[in-house]
Design a protein around this ligand. Structure first.
Ligand code: SF4
Length: 379
């Protein structure tokens, strides 16, 4: 009897949907320390070089029952969901956690964490708010050095030039593979659907990079490109793929991702780290050259011009914003982007996500109407 080949996409969906069971197995097998990091922008290469496994903690989509007793109900779901996971015991597997300073919510989350869970080592990654400034680069390098000492204290392994260089090379190789997967999604969406490719991206933040690279080798790389001219091309800006079903909706509604700025999407692979010379400086350079996360400071005019240039060069016909409810940073910068798109006759749709009471069917309806505008079926 002929054996059926295992579906190569399944492991990625399993990790993305239930990362904590997988991580438990890996910890038991390897004995490695597990360091959580609240998204975005913790330097995963440093965690890996210190001998630990970095695992992203994302709060979106987590049903809330306990966290509201500790954090105001008007906090975004990313902060609230992360706290909920810890209060429920899901994050008890962590040996430490890094919370980045990107907004008031993450800053408050750090202080709450220290007070509520004094037994779990927690570090605040003080990311500079201003990008593109020599002083900020110098400061961030010192911050990375400080964090690497904290990591070494937890794992008992120093971050040396050798293990950091090897970690950076692994991460660069992983990013290159993910970039190829993203390209496949644009040219062969029938097989490399957005839902599948984004599951590959999501899982990479929750699995050892070298093992994830091995899993990626089984994907159907030899599938030929298909004609996708009938599909409408969209560009997406936001924090995470939220609700998680959204990529399946893109596929179902014939929308192809031409590009995105999601922190677990293309933004995470667009820039590699130079693996020679001043390695800490290379990590800083990478951070400074990535698409700025909402809440970082860039000259407002340049911020909008650069955004428009990225949308145009992607070839997208329209832009979808996935804005987390109660995210002040996104609420602050979205109107400038929307006005610029309108002036340039580029249609856009702003979706408020992670909102208790927003159903996937409502989002589907709005996306469907947006797709019809892009395809010319609606005025
Ligand atoms: S930037 Fe927005 S979405 Fe991200 S943690 Fe802060 S408030 Fe939440």
């Amino acid at each position: 009897m002929a054996r059926t080949k295992p579906d190569p996409w399944v492991p990625f969906f399993e990790i993305a949907q239930d990362p904590w069971s997988k991580i438990k197995e890996i910890k038991a097998k390897t004995g490695k320390k597990i360091i959580g990091h609240v998204l975005p922008d913790a330097p995963e290469e440093l965690i890996y070089a210190a001998g630990a496994i970095p695992v992203a903690v994302a709060g979106a989509g987590i049903p809330i029952s306990l966290a509201q007793s500790q954090i105001p109900s008007y906090s975004c779901s990313h902060g609230m969901g992360a706290l909920e996971l810890k209060l429920k015991g899901t994050l008890d597997i962590l040996d430490g956690i890094i919370i980045p300073y990107v907004c008031d919510t993450t800053r408050n989350l750090y202080h709450l964490w220290r007070r509520l869970f004094p037994d779990v080592p927690c570090e605040f990654l003080r990311l500079p708010k201003k990008l593109g400034d020599p002083g900020a680069s110098h400061y961030l390098k010192e911050e990375y050095l400080r964090i690497s000492k904290w990591l070494s204290f937890i794992t008992g392994q120093n971050v040396t030039e050798d293990n950091l260089s090897s970690s950076i090379s692994t991460y660069n190789e992983s990013r290159d593979q993910l970039k190829s997967a993203y390209l496949k999604m644009k040219t062969s969406p029938a097989v490399w659907s957005a839902n599948r490719v984004i599951a590959v991206f999501e899982s990479v933040f929750r699995f050892p990079r070298d093992e994830h690279l091995s899993l990626m080798r089984s994907l159907p790389w030899d599938v030929a490109g298909t004609d996708n001219t009938s599909r409408s091309k969209i560009y997406v800006r936001g924090k995470v793929w939220d609700p998680p079903e959204i990529t399946g909706l893109f596929d179902e509604l014939g929308l192809t991702l031409a590009g995105d700025e999601i922190v677990t999407g293309f933004r995470s692979v667009e820039v590699n780290t130079q693996a020679c010379g001043d390695l800490f400086g290379s990590l800083v350079d990478r951070h400074m050259s990535m698409t700025p996360y909402t809440g970082y400071y860039v000259d407002p005019r340049k911020l909008v011009e650069d955004f428009l240039a990225r949308v145009r060069s992607s070839g997208a016909q329209g832009v979808v914003f996935l804005n987390p409810k109660f995210c002040e940073a996104a609420a602050f910068d979205t109107p400038d982007f929307v006005n610029a798109l309108k002036k340039n006759n580029i249609p856009c749709l702003v979706l408020e996500t992670s909102s208790r009471g927003t159903s996937t069917s409502q989002i589907k309806l709005r996306l469907e109407a947006f797709g019809e505008i892009l395809s010319g079926d609606l005025p």
